[in-house]
Design a protein around this ligand. Structure first.
Ligand code: T5A
Length: 218
């Protein structure tokens, strides 16, 4: 997104399946950009605003309620609309780079490809909920679900020993395979925006790939 003045703030999204390392790499990338004197906001979906946090709790924590695929789609969309309006657009307007852990492509991948909801409708809802904001670059952390789920499971068990898995991590293997294929389909359709990161590599190798990709945006 081109901004006023000399600086050009970038909106970069980090996408991928469960446990693909996005959160870890966003933190490292934000630190690295800040060391270079670049103002950065690191944020995540669902979340990034007080309303988004509430929606996140409803969506991701196990509770006594059921959430159908349609309601799930609309809740992610609601969280995104608030996130874009309240957090992302103001940061870009203030010339801050925005690094976002998941964005509209996650809805395509999970609710479209994963849940099988109508692709046309998901696309139009995504445009509406994103206020038509499109990332300058999307880094897709590609990893087999087997490795990703094992990593995510270790992380969740470490945080909350009583909960072995989060809501999406309980889904069957085929669901996660559809998501991986979905993301790769999206990347193939928009090669200018997407860059695929081989997320099975060790932390330092992946960090290097992410830096190379961010440097291309300077
Ligand atoms: N969702 C989200 C939708 O269905 N639709 C939507 O529109 C949106 C926005 C979000 C869930 O919501 C769904 C997708 C998700 O299921 P979340 O808790 O935010 O839930 O889940 P994730 O974004 O998937 O977060 P995870 O933590 O599971 O995965 P990350 O962030 O990709 O991975 P990370 O960095 O936390 O790493 C996981 C573990 O692996 C280790 C880390 O130390 C950590 O323990 N790790 C590595 N280990 C070995 N080698 C490496 N290179 C490693 N990198 C990290």
């Amino acid at each position: 997104m081109a901004m006023k003045g000399d600086q050009v703030a970038k909106f970069v999204t980090f996408e991928g399946g469960e446990g693909s390392g996005k959160t870890t790499q966003i933190r490292l990338a934000a630190e690295w950009l800040r060391e270079r004197g670049i103002p950065v906001l690191a944020t995540a979906e669902p979340g990034g605003t007080p309303l988004g946090q509430k929606i996140r709790e409803i969506l991701l924590n196990r509770g006594a309620w059921t959430i159908g695929a349609e309601a799930e789609l609309l809740l992610f969309a609601a969280a995104r609309a608030q996130h874009v309006r309240e957090t992302i657009l103001p940061a870009l307007a203030a010339n801050q780079w925005v690094l976002c852990d998941r964005f509209a492509d996650a809805t395509f991948a999970y609710q479209g490809f994963g849940r099988g909801l109508d692709a046309k409708f998901v696309k139009s809802l995504n445009a509406f909920s994103s206020l038509s904001l499109v990332p300058d670059r999307t880094l897709l952390f590609d990893l087999s679900p087997e490795i990703g789920l094992a990593r995510a499971k270790r992380r969740v068990t470490g945080l909350r020993p009583e909960a072995a898995e989060d809501r999406f991590e309980q889904e069957e293997r085929a669901f996660h395979e559809r998501i991986r294929k979905g993301y790769l389909t999206l990347a193939a359709a928009e090669p200018d925006r997407f860059r695929i990161i081989a997320a099975a590599g060790d932390l330092d190798t992946v960090r290097g790939e992410v830096r190379d990709q961010l440097e291309c945006l300077f």
